[in-house]
Design a protein around this ligand. Structure first.
Ligand SMILES: O=C[C@H](O)[C@H](O)[C@H](O)COP(=O)(O)O
Length: 226
């Protein structure tokens, strides 16, 4: 499921987005290998005196933020000024997320932010979204949601864990169906359809949410404002 951009490209994107963080901000900390570079860069800036608090989007981002010394808070106590997060595919301001099964909490944090910066490498960019859409479902709903996805023209696959027998279990205790719809001509309509299915907790289509996309490469970073 994970795609293979180079670590140097991911690092360039993450460090570029981390420069947008300013003193006094509440910063949404996304999940994944690209955002991890941003979190480490923010940690270095905190070490040098930057005064911010982070809102993690997953167990992974919480642990990394703690490791690099970023003070943390929750959405109950703060509103997010700037969120930085990765993506599995980017087409304009539309994204597919959830390759790390963190998209439910990510969407809450990213959508609530005043500004949402996406960090990606060139393997993630596309004209039209076509990556399988991760759909987090209550365990009891996996069969009924899978049937509805098939009726909608998609092919669902229950995500399996790599170093454990059985399925991936999300930070929220749910399962993930990776749903292949081929080219997604109308991400907003598909997102509404998926969200309406009983038992769906959240899907990985982030439609129109991105404000800026930082695409890193070995040669530098391209910043697209949307
Ligand atoms: O659930 C995980 C997230 O949506 C990630 O931000 C996304 O999968 C991109 O991760 P990476 O930067 O590791 O490719």
């Amino acid at each position: 499921m994970k795609q293979g951009g180079s670590d140097a490209a991911k690092r360039a994107a993450g460090e570029s987005a981390a420069e947008a963080v300013e003193d006094g901000m509440v910063v949404g900390l996304g999940t994944g290998s690209t955002t991890a570079h941003a979190i480490r860069a923010i940690g270095r800036r905190v070490d040098a005196g930057l005064d911010i608090v982070g809102v993690p989007t997953s167990f992974q981002s919480r642990e990394l933020a703690r490791e690099v010394g970023i003070p943390l808070t929750e959405l109950d106590d703060a509103s997010v000024d700037l969120a930085i997060d990765g993506a599995d595919e980017v087409a304009g301001a539309d994204l597919i997320k959830g390759g790390g099964a963190a998209h439910a909490r990510e969407k809450i944090v990213d959508a609530s932010a005043d500004r949402f910066l996406v960090v990606a490498d060139p393997t993630k960019t596309a004209e039209t979204l076509s990556h399988p859409v991760p759909v987090e479902v209550l365990p009891a709903a996996r069969t009924t949601v899978a049937a509805s996805v098939r009726q909608t023209g998609g092919e669902p696959t229950l995500r399996q864990a790599e170093r454990k027998d059985g399925p991936v279990v999300t930070d929220n205790g749910n399962l993930v169906l990776d749903c292949d719809f081929g080219d997604i001509d109308d991400p907003a309509a598909l997102g509404q359809t998926l969200a309406s299915l009983p038992g769906v907790v959240e899907h990985g289509l982030f439609v129109g949410l991105a404000d800026e996309v930082h695409v890193g490469s070995e040669d530098g970073v391209t910043v697209r404002e949307l």
